[in-house]
Ligand binder design. Structure first.
Ligand code: ZN
Length: 234
């Protein structure tokens, strides 16, 4: 990896992808971001993206100089799969397992395909994404083997070397807070708590020590537990 290399971060506006963006800004000469718009439930997350980018740029002159263009890709077909009766029967089952009913199987495979095509057009070799195997077994498209297979598929299919970085793959939520502390200190932690969004219900009304959210959904509980564990150990 050369410092002259450019990176494209899959940036949702959530906590994990924000830590990944900071991680990339420490390492690459130029860092662009891409977000995916595929339905109303994620409007809160998408709205969080511009303020997070602006605040990251204010944390460090180096980061400001490296932060490049933002891209938002609208994927209507994905919205159709998540919202319509096409998958309704399985969607009920999905709700019972604690995953959001808008969950789309293999969603990250689609994101990587679009991100890979965009990166190709932008002359970018490195993709950075916040997938994690440690905390969450619910999403098979977050697994390390899935990501490695996508890296190979993109490199072959685009006939250009593509490297996918997943800095959070083997660490839990507490260690993600610790990583953020190492990268950007208290100002980055404050940014994560105030600006990033994780809650499945899109709750921005209730502020807790660990950030905004309903406090009850699996994403909120994971974040709250991770914050408490990090605080207890730091
Ligand atoms: Zn929640």
């Amino acid at each position: 990896m050369s410092l002259l290399d450019k990176a494209l971060v899959l940036f949702s506006g959530g906590q994990d992808s924000t830590v990944c963006l900071a991680w990339a800004l420490e390492r690459f000469a130029q860092v662009e971001t891409v977000g995916f718009d595929y339905g109303q439930r994620h409007a809160v997350e998408l709205e969080a993206r511009p303020p997070i980018r602006a605040r990251l740029a204010m944390l460090s002159p180096l980061w400001r100089s490296r932060l490049g263009d933002d891209h938002v890709m609208k994927i209507d077909a994905l919205a159709a799969i998540s919202e319509t009766a096409l998958t309704r029967e399985v969607a009920i089952e999905t709700g019972e397992t604690g995953l959001p009913t808008t969950f789309v199987p293999g969603r990250n495979l689609i994101f990587f395909s679009f991100a890979g095509a965009l990166a190709y057009r932008r002359g970018i070799k490195h993709l950075v994404a916040g997938m994690c195997e440690t905390d969450f077994s619910g999403y098979p498209d977050c697994r390390d083997d899935t990501v490695k297979a996508m890296q190979l598929a993109l490199s072959l299919g685009l006939d250009r070397r593509c490297v996918i970085h997943t800095p959070l793959m083997w660490i839990d939520k507490a260690a993600t807070f610790a990583l953020a502390q190492d990268i950007g200190g208290a100002p980055l932690i404050d940014l994560l708590l105030a600006e990033t969004h994780t809650c499945y219900l899109g709750d921005r009304q209730h502020r807790h020590a660990w950030g905004f959210g309903c406090g009850e959904c699996p994403a909120c509980r994971l974040r709250a537990d991770g914050y408490a564990k990090w605080k207890a150990g730091s």
